[in-house]
Design a protein around this ligand. Structure first.
Ligand code: ARG
Length: 566
């Protein structure tokens, strides 16, 4: 497709007798693939050429339409309202199926060759349960990482655990008063959450507990071995639980260097800020004023000298740049943290680091449950464990009813159950606020993950019954409208991947793969495959293989498992 666009672009340039420099725009980049096939197969909008050519877009389009020399495979050009629409020979599309099958990485354009990206995502605060509020950062982050890896980036996935801060002083005090290693071993994070809640309640009655907690955290920071051991234990217990979910989803991190990892790297950063004359004392605390940039100040040191969330993020970014030499470093968090990132990105810039513009915050909308704010304290929270277990159980039950003889039933149920939840979480544009509902997350019908997995299994099943024939077997076959429509949809993949990559928007892939499934299912119903023969059958099998390849790759990108049989 790209090649054809290049050829058409130079033909169009010849027709208007201008060079790209004169037009001030790269012509191939203007080409669009109209959603509505009746409009044409490719369109060149002429609006941006009007100034340079001193003609109306409509006149430019009709002038080119008259004089353009059409390359092979292009049937005609038509000018409509400032657009130049090209109609392509279906035989051309038939040939494109080969191009897809020859290239297992069809869709990637090598955008990230030789480049490194670091992505900080999921990053839960330890000693807290893993709940639906973490679903967004986890699955959006992993999809963004997959997209980058697919396009050739070296990727470093970092789980920046929230494992440092004054709350650990409280937890240590609470643990020593009301809990034990055995209780924690038995009840896991739940025990930690319970003693934390108890601490909050009791410290309201007895404020001296807060002093104890502050002292305990200070001890921890000073390296008190007993406290460090307790803290490590909290971390181990928490990670054990989080890792179960990551494993279930097939998500792996390259690093678990959390906030605590940067404690010894902060004094140097504070010193650097001071030397660069960015630090200002404010009521005993140290801040970097940002009013010149329309933002409240970044808080660097508290009155008692302890560091803060922004301080740690700055130290971590400097360390990551040194360690990984990234071309970009992406942070995926809820939009509630947008100001935090804008502030400390600005501080990094003020420190004189020219790579500040390689820091990217990717926010997503906040999630509510039943129309209300998520809050562990009021119990308005859904644990990821429960959510996935429920989804898998539902999938298993449906399979029992519909396909009792299915081999690997449990494994397939895991794939479908997790697929439903993940697809649901990635189906809308990420910045939109969402309201979690069980019906939505566990829906298997309509435009859902299981529907995509089912379509993938359908294509796989066709190919199990008749293998995909070699190239050339379909030579000379002229595809029907339904077949051409499917090929056209498949050919949009590279552009959709590119858009998803540039916009950090996995929903572009999830919406796209639904289009592919819809086009495949229309083709499947209208064009008999196994009952056809000769070049026609060969083409249909090859088309099925190409569709399967792209649906499969889309599922991979979204972290949803492929299902060969459902
Ligand atoms: N632990 C934080 C939270 O749960 C998210 C961390 C995001 N990453 C970062 N570098 N600040 O809200």
């Amino acid at each position: 497709m790209e090649q054809l666009i290049q050829t058409l672009a130079s033909a169009a340039l010849d027709a208007c007798g201008a060079t790209e420099e004169q037009l001030g725009v790269s012509l191939p980049s203007l080409f669009e693939q109209p959603e509505d096939v009746a409009v044409g197969d490719l369109a060149l909008p002429c609006f941006r050429l009007a100034k340079a050519l001193r003609k109306s877009p409509a006149a430019i389009a009709s002038d080119i339409a008259v004089s353009v020399k059409l390359p092979d495979g292009v049937l005609r050009a038509e000018a409509v309202n400032g657009y130049l629409n090209f109609f392509i020979d279906p035989a051309f599309y038939a040939g494109r199926v080969d191009a897809i099958l020859q290239n297992p990485d069809f869709g990637a354009r090598g955008q990230g060759m030789g480049k490194t990206m670091v992505i900080d995502y999921s990053s839960p605060n330890i000693a807290k349960r893993f709940h639906v509020g973490h679903l967004g950062t986890t699955v959006i982050g992993n999809a963004i990482k997959n997209l980058h890896a697919f396009c050739g980036y070296r990727c470093v996935g970092i789980n920046y655990l929230g494992d440092w801060g004054t709350q650990f002083g409280k937890l240590i005090v609470a643990y020593k008063k009301w809990s034990s290693a055995d209780r924690v071993a038995e009840r896991g994070i739940e025990e930690l959450v319970d003693i934390y809640v108890r601490f909050s309640d009791e410290s309201e009655k007895d404020p001296s507990l807060n002093d104890e907690a502050r002292a305990a955290f200070a001890e921890l920071e000073r390296g008190n071995e007993e406290y460090l051991a307790i803290w490590r234990y909290f971390k181990e217990i928490s990670l054990r639980e989080y890792k179960k979910t990551y494993e279930l989803l097939g998500i792996e991190f390259d690093s678990y260097d959390g906030e605590s990892f940067f404690t010894d790297k902060m004094p140097a950063i504070v010193e650097e800020l001071r030397e660069k004359k960015l630090l200002v004392q404010d009521d005993g605390a140290w801040i970097v004023p940002l009013d010149a940039y329309g933002m409240p100040p970044a808080l660097i040191l508290k009155r008692d000298g302890s560091t803060l969330y922004p301080t740690r993020d700055i130290a971590a970014a400097v360390w990551r740049k040194k360690t990984y030499n990234f071309d970009k470093c992406i942070y995926v968090t809820s939009a509630g943290q947008s100001l935090h990132f804008a502030q400390w990105f600005k501080v990094v810039e003020l420190m004189g680091y020219d790579w500040a513009d390689q820091l990217v915050h990717v926010p997503y909308g906040t999630m509510s449950v039943g129309g209300e704010k998520l809050a562990s304290r009021t119990g308005n929270v859904i644990l990821l464990d429960d959510l996935f277990a429920e989804a898998i159980a539902k999938a298993e039950k449906i399979m029992e009813e519909k396909n009792a003889s299915l081999p690997n039933r449990h494994e397939t149920a895991v794939a479908v159950g997790t697929g439903a939840v993940i697809f649901n979480a990635l189906s809308g544009s990420r910045i939109k606020d969402t309201n979690f509902t069980w019906e939505g997350a566990l829906s298997f019908d309509g435009n859902t993950g299981p529907y995509v997995q089912y379509t993938y299994a359908r294509a796989s099943s066709v190919l199990r019954k008749a293998a995909c024939p070699d190239e050339g077997a379909a030579a000379g076959y002229v595809p029907s409208a339904d077949e051409t429509a499917l090929v056209k949809t498949l050919l949009r993949f590279p552009a959709r991947v590119d858009a998803a990559l540039n916009e950090y928007e996995p929903s572009i892939v999830s919406r796209y793969v639904l289009d592919v499934c819809a086009a495949y299912n229309v083709f499947y119903h209208n064009c008999p495959i196994l009952k056809s023969s000769g070049a026609e059958q060969a083409f249909r099998l090859r088309l099925t293989a190409a569709a399967r390849q792209i649906i499969g790759k889309s599922l991979d990108l979204l972290t949803i498992r492929r299902t060969e049989e459902i």
